[in-house]
Ligand binder design. Structure first.
Ligand SMILES: N[C@@H](CCC(=O)N[C@@H](CS)C(=O)NCC(=O)O)C(=O)O
Length: 253
């Protein structure tokens, strides 16, 4: 069975699918998509993923998109151990509720400090006309780039994204303390996988003090990082700090 993964080294959504592939021991072929070169909006890539975002994979000729859906697909099509979704429908529903929450809240929120503190310089270097042309060429992301604007997010929007990330940490701390050791109990699931790259991103953005007072979350993240799948997904060159070395300097300061 052939699986071609269209992805970007340092994209959090790509990282979660790579963790999943490593957990399942699935072989894949790498097809890098150059976002700064706008390859994600090329007709060839849009034929695979009409949303114009990474990741996507093509499995035996069929495109599968949406990183969370992709993880569920992998677990269904490769049902051997380790199973990454609970068998019990109630636990499965609990996992899926987490997946929905993760897609809607922290995955969206983490983009704000990522763009504000790391990617914005690339847009600031554009003229106003270039920025508007860029923004208008991407209908599905237009709203995001309107809010970011050429000059960065409003203080309110920035603050709101941090509050949402903090609310995620609090919700996790409650779940992990109540049951654990994983998000939906004894089984390590796709919900844990989908959160892991967001936490690594927060570390890179110097936001890890968000879980200073959440020991169960800190322990959960340490256990995720100790899994071989984490290193497989975060291979050398795939961290934000590898692509934007100035981030490392800021984090140290
Ligand atoms: N809901 C999508 C979101 C994917 C997404 O937003 N990907 C980002 C990279 S992490 C992207 O491709 N952005 C394209 C852009 O910034 O133009 C998924 O989970 O697959």
């Amino acid at each position: 069975m052939a699986l071609e993964l269209y992805h970007l080294d340092h994209s959090t959504c790509s990282q979660k699918v790579r963790i999943c592939l490593a957990e399942k021991g699935i072989e894949w072929t790498s097809c890098p998509v150059d976002l700064s070169g706008r390859e994600n909006l090329s007709p060839e890539y849009m034929a695979i993923n009409p949303n114009g975002v990474v990741p996507a994979f093509v499995h035996d000729g069929t495109p599968i998109i949406e990183s969370t859906v992709m993880c569920e697909y992998l677990d269904e099509v490769w049902p051997d151990e380790p199973r990454l979704s609970p068998e019990d429908p109630k636990k499965r529903a609990e996992m899926r509720a987490w997946l929905r929450f993760i897609d809607e809240v922290p995955s969206m929120a983490v983009r704000v400090p990522s763009f504000q503190n790391v990617f914005l310089d690339r847009f600031k270097a554009m003229s106003e006309e270039e920025y508007v042309a860029f923004r208008e060429s991407n209908t599905l992301r237009r709203d995001f780039f309107m809010r970011m604007n050429h000059t960065g997010f409003s203080d309110d929007e920035y603050e709101n994204s941090l509050l949402q990330l903090r609310a995620t940490v609090e919700r996790m701390e409650e779940a992990l303390t109540r049951e654990g050791p994983w998000l939906v109990g004894a089984q390590f699931t796709i919900a844990d996988i989908c959160l892991a790259p967001l936490f690594e991103r927060m570390v890179e953005l110097s936001l890890s003090d968000m879980w200073d007072d959440a020991p169960a979350v800190a322990d959960w993240f340490a256990r995720i990082k100790a899994r071989p799948s984490f290193d497989a997904a975060f291979y050398p060159g795939s961290r934000l700090g590898d692509v934007y070395p100035q981030l490392r300097e800021t984090a140290k300061a």
